[in-house]
Design a protein around this ligand. Structure first.
Ligand code: HEM
Length: 469
């Protein structure tokens, strides 16, 4: 493609994506155009870096994903319990739950506790009420600091994704003002006090000579404070990991529950496995979660059909050749071409996954289809990317999602979309008829994407307290 004079290529070929991410990694970069587009939001953090700066950030970040740290189930327990409790209270008042919002709070509180050592208490702010209810626009809810943060964080991502549509011409759309920066400033206002408080504690600790302890109790923030005196660098890194850690897992959990509203049979199978392995009230352990094969297959199947990062791209630094495949000739790609790839579309290719590719069926990760399709060709399933820039939070995300789903399904069952309050604009047009090879006409809600994929607008859900069934 040529968009405003910029050369671009779009692929859904596993061999091409393998070349981009792994085998020809050194010939690709995020590149200067992407850097400019993302700079107002992500600054110089890990997501927005190439070359040596990326290596430095990656090395700085990696130790925080050690097995001990990502298996801190006390963190997940506290925030799952808080989430279940606010849901029960709201259901008790007779309202449905905006599920996409509540899980974004769960992942925000878990991620901030993991990163800062202290959560931002977003679950403590009031949950939204459906449009049309007397409390829907209550200023004390809208202006709660963590709700302001959440809105700014989302708007920053929407505006950033908008820039990407215009390639290198995007500054023409923002000649008079940077449309992302005000949102990033609001995000920073939220992070500033946390950072300042921690810096003061470090100074106090240094005065009593307790600093320098590299123990497991240290947070990511502690390490960054020791690493640099530049608050901007620290804030950039924190915002990067928040983008990485919060919206992705919230997207996954949202689509998990969307699927359960459609598939009571799967809810039942999940609950059976939970009752068998964990019981109705107990806490899951790392070992038990690793034995829950159906739960993992369910999560993977959700990531296949609804990958949190549906589109991505890299730019060629040097000319490259994509190898010939069974269906495609070899391609020569000059330097400076933006190569976009979509795992969303690749995950939905019948020639790679079989004729039932569009069916939601977790068993494809358990039965003979696994050996037939995925095992010989692992690059057909890439929700977390691959190669040297593979997601650092993959195991954290599997642990967090599994833990939450177990607790949630111990507490609730019988999930239904609350169509009486679900926004009209979130529903597919009635003119959409089922079309072969797509889920058009079958999807009950529209998907949208800024940097990550979500249900357009909201996902209002009703559910029953499992203890009353
Ligand atoms: C379902 C959950 C998640 C999904 C689907 C996911 C997916 C991804 C993908 C596709 C990338 C590559 C992005 C790119 O090309 O720049 C990525 C990178 C990354 N992810 Fe995740 N992620 C998830 C959760 C998390 C969590 C919970 C964390 C941290 C708490 C995290 C931390 C990171 C980091 C630090 C990177 C940057 C790696 C680099 O550029 O070297 N992710 N993730």
């Amino acid at each position: 493609m040529k968009i405003y004079g910029e050369k671009r290529l779009m692929t859904t070929e596993p061999e091409h994506i393998k070349a981009i991410l792994a085998t020809q990694f050194d010939n690709f970069e995020k590149g200067p155009v992407t850097f400019d587009q993302f700079h107002s939001l992500l600054g110089l953090g890990v997501f927005n870096s190439d070359g040596e700066r990326w290596k430095t950030h990656r090395n700085l970040t990696r130790p925080f994903f050690s097995r001990n740290r990502i298996s801190d189930f006390d963190n997940f327990e506290r925030h799952s319990e808080d989430t279940i409790s606010v849901i029960k209270t709201r259901l008790g008042q007779g309202y449905p739950i905006e599920f996409q919002d509540v899980v974004a709070r769960f992942t925000l509180d878990s991620a901030t506790e993991f990163l800062f050592g202290k959560d931002v208490g977003s679950l403590g702010a009031n949950l939204p009420y459906p449009e049309g209810s007397p409390l829907a626009n209550d200023p004390s809810i809208l202006n709660h600091l963590s709700n302001v943060f959440v809105r700014a964080f989302m708007q920053g991502q929407i505006q950033t994704a908008f820039r990407a549509r215009f390639g290198k011409m995007w500054p023409l759309k923002e000649i008079w003002s940077d449309k992302v920066l005000p949102h990033r400033r609001q995000v920073d206002e939220f992070v500033n006090p946390i950072l300042e408080e921690r810096r003061k504690q470090h100074l106090a600790m240094a005065a009593t000579e307790k600093a320098g302890d590299d123990g497991e109790g240290e947070t990511f923030l502690d390490d960054l404070i020791k690493h640099t005196a530049d608050n901007q660098v620290i804030k950039d890194e924190l915002v990067n990991i928040l983008v990485a850690g919060r919206d992705t897992t919230a997207s996954l959990l949202t689509f998990c529950i969307y699927v359960l509203t459609e598939r009571p049979d799967i809810t039942e199978r999940l609950r059976c496995e939970i009752m068998e392995k964990v019981g109705p009230n107990a806490r899951p352990t790392y070992k038990i979660i690793s034995e829950m094969k159906f739960l993992r297959a369910f999560i993977n199947e959700t990531l296949r059909l609804y990958p949190a990062v549906p589109f991505n791209g890299r730019t060629t630094k040097n000319p490259v050749v994509f190898p010939r495949t069974e269906t495609q000739p070899a391609y020569y790609v000059p330097a400076g071409v933006k190569c976009q790839y979509s795992v969303f579309l690749m995950h939905r290719r019948a020639d790679l996954w079989g004729p039932d590719v569009l069916e939601f069926d977790p068993d494809r990760f358990l039965d003979e289809r696994l050996q037939k399709y995925l095992t010989p060709n692992p690059f057909i399933f890439l929700p977390f990317n691959a190669g040297p820039r593979i997601c650092l939070g993959q195991q954290f995300a599997y642990n967090e999602t599994s833990y939450f789903l177990i607790k949630f399904l111990q507490a609730f069952t019988d999930f239904q979309i609350a169509w009486d309050v679900q926004p009209e604009s979130s529903r597919p047009p009635v003119s959409w008829k089922p079309a072969p090879g797509t889920t058009k006409g079958r999807d009950k809600v529209l998907h949208a994407a800024h940097l990550t994929m979500n249900v357009k607008e909201a996902l209002w859900v009703r559910m029953k307290d499992a203890s009353t069934i």
